[in-house]
Design a protein around this ligand. Structure first.
Ligand code: PLP
Length: 395
């Protein structure tokens, strides 16, 4: 286990450790199978679904960054979510937040309804009295996603973990939106951390991957067994690329976060922007909890445009740098319409209850020059203003 600063852990993972040829950068092991030492004497590696040196290096590095004892690298973020759910039986109750990522919501609700894999309670952790609702069902597992997608609501991880301990419940935190650089849920009391490494951890929008990181080694062993059993471990080539991306995570996230803060300031001044959602804003309901449990406010923000949904195409097609696409956390700036994209698997009522309005847009800030990003938004807002007959952007 490596300790020290995150930047050093990420940059130094596996460096100059190659015993075969003294390669400085750790090699990529693509072999699916490994020679036995002798008859009935397997060595450290035997078959790549179970264990692989490239995947193991990524897993160890991610466990070190999150302060966990073991990490299991999976083929996607959803596979990491599915893996965590193997700890549940049909008699157990899982508590989830009403505003979690749409794909996770689809997995939880369908496994509960169609497979009876567990009982499900959907909670709004922002509403007073959530403790009583959670306690009443005696859950085996509580799932958190903070900041949430797409409204960046903040849940107090310490408060939930304190309650969970009294109930003997496990707490899983999906830390995808912040990465271990900005939030470390295990240190706040959580038992498991999930990431879609597709996002900030790889950071280059060219690998789908996930990881499940465990605080307790026994839980890690049990989940590693399940990952092999289900066949959902990550491909070595994907792990190689993800480790390469991970090395620059601290640098990327710092710049992306600076860009987000500047974009938020800009959006707040725009007549065509009805509301801005960013935990860094002092009037954001989760601001003080975020300031307490995070080391930065992140590089995602959302906003409501003051227009009809039918006018959104004008805004999208005017953008030159922001790309209209799903996903987040890459070096490139993206814009998305959660209602029809990331949260499309939630029905209209669930979207309304989660506060997802028809003209809500989400930005994932990349590493581009901030003046270019602001100019891009400015000219797209001007195009929208022209289309809706708003003269405030004229001139
Ligand atoms: C918060 C969050 N968790 C999990 C996932 C699922 O990850 P993947 O797409 O890598 O399966 C996503 C994907 O967008 C996500 O945003």
């Amino acid at each position: 286990m490596s300790t020290g600063h995150a930047a050093t852990i990420a940059a130094q993972a596996g460096i100059a450790k190659d015993t075969a040829f003294s390669a400085v950068i750790p090699p990529l092991y693509l072999s699916t199978t490994y020679k036995l030492g002798a008859f009935q004497q397997p060595e450290q590696y035997d078959y790549s679904r179970s264990n692989n040196p490239t995947r193991d290096l990524l897993a160890t590095t991610l466990a070190d960054l999150e302060g966990g004892s073991k990490a299991i690298v999976t083929s996607s973020g959803m596979a990491a979510c599915l893996l965590a759910l193997q700890l549940l039986t049909p008699d157990d109750t899982l508590v989830i937040p009403h505003d979690c990522y749409g794909g996770s919501y689809r997995l939880f609700t369908n496994l509960a309804a169609k497979k009876h894999a567990f009982k499900l309670l959907i909670i709004n952790f922002q509403q007073a009295g959530w403790q009583a609702h959670v306690s009443a069902v005696q859950p085996k597992m509580i799932w958190l996603e903070t900041p949430s997608n797409p409204l960046l609501q903040i849940t107090d991880i310490r408060a939930v973990c304190t309650l969970a301990k009294t109930l003997d419940a496990l707490v899983v935190v999906d830390n995808t939106f912040l990465s271990p650089i900005l939030q470390q849920p295990l240190a706040l009391g959580a038992d498991l951390v999930v990431h879609s490494t597709t996002k900030y951890i790889n950071g280059h929008s060219d690998v789908i991957g996930g990881v499940l990181i465990c605080k307790a080694p026994e839980l890690g062993d049990e989940l590693k067994w399940w990952a092999n059993c289900l066949g959902i471990t990550g491909a070595p080539f994907d792990c190689y690329l993800t480790l390469r991306g991970l090395r620059t995570l601290p640098l990327r996230i710092a710049l992306q976060q600076d860009n987000a803060a500047r974009v938020v300031d800009f959006l707040l001044q725009q007549p065509l922007v009805a509301k801005v959602y960013y935990p860094g804003l002092p009037d954001h309901p989760g601001h003080s909890v975020a300031a307490n449990q995070q080391t930065g406010f992140g590089a995602m923000c959302s906003f409501d445009l003051a227009c009809d949904v039918s006018q959104l195409p004008v805004f999208f097609s005017a953008l030159r740098i922001f790309t209209l696409a799903q996903s987040l956390g890459g070096i490139e700036s993206l814009i998305c319409h959660p209602g029809s994209m990331t949260q499309a698997s939630m029905n209209a009522q669930a979207q309304t209850e989660a506060g997802i309005g028809p003209a809500l847009l989400r930005l994932s800030l990349g590493i581009e020059n901030i003046d270019d990003l602001l100019a891009d938004l400015q000219q797209a807002l001007a195009a929208l203003a022209l289309a809706v007959g708003d003269t405030r952007y004229a001139g």
